[in-house]
Design a protein around this ligand. Structure first.
Ligand code: ZN
Length: 149
């Protein structure tokens, strides 16, 4: 029998950064759309590792073992998650975000979860809500940021 050796080295992951797509709340946007926007900006493709659609489905972007392109200076050890929308998200998106963040925290032992705008020198409102508050509240949907469609 032939031996198959798979060498797989995961990056050291210590930070989760939450983003939004900055597209109109409730408008569908896909991984393919974001991939083409990021290519236009000179990236090798989508800079986020995960994208959460309006229906709560979680889609893979850049493979997790590859460094992302979503937060200048903070890509090396981080995971980038993008919610479709600007500052209002469906309950299904909130649920998916909770599940995904919790799963990644457990799997990689990550304690730091932040919003893009919490990084220094970021003049954006991304991801459109206060991630610190969301974490402190136990990852429940933030009332002022729930989209009903
Ligand atoms: Zn962002």
């Amino acid at each position: 029998m032939e031996k198959c050796l798979v060498v797989y080295r995961m990056r050291k992951l210590d930070l989760i950064i939450i983003h939004c797509s900055a597209t109109p709340n409730g408008r569908s946007t896909t991984v393919a759309d974001i991939d083409s926007w990021h290519k236009q900006r000179g990236f090798t493709g989508i800079g986020y590792h995960y994208v959460i659609y309006l229906d709560g489905s979680v889609h893979d972007g850049r493979p997790l073992d590859k460094m992302g392109a979503h937060a200048a200076g903070y890509n090396r050890g981080s995971i980038g998650i993008c919610l479709i929308g600007t500052d209002e998200f469906t309950v299904k998106q909130w649920d998916a975000l909770e599940n995904l963040v919790t799963k990644l925290q457990e799997e990689y032992g990550i304690t730091m979860v932040i919003g893009h705008r919490m990084l220094p020198k970021v003049n954006k409102t991304c991801p459109g809500f206060n991630v610190k508050e969301w974490m402190q509240d136990g990852k429940v949907p933030l009332e002022d940021h729930i989209l009903t469609i």
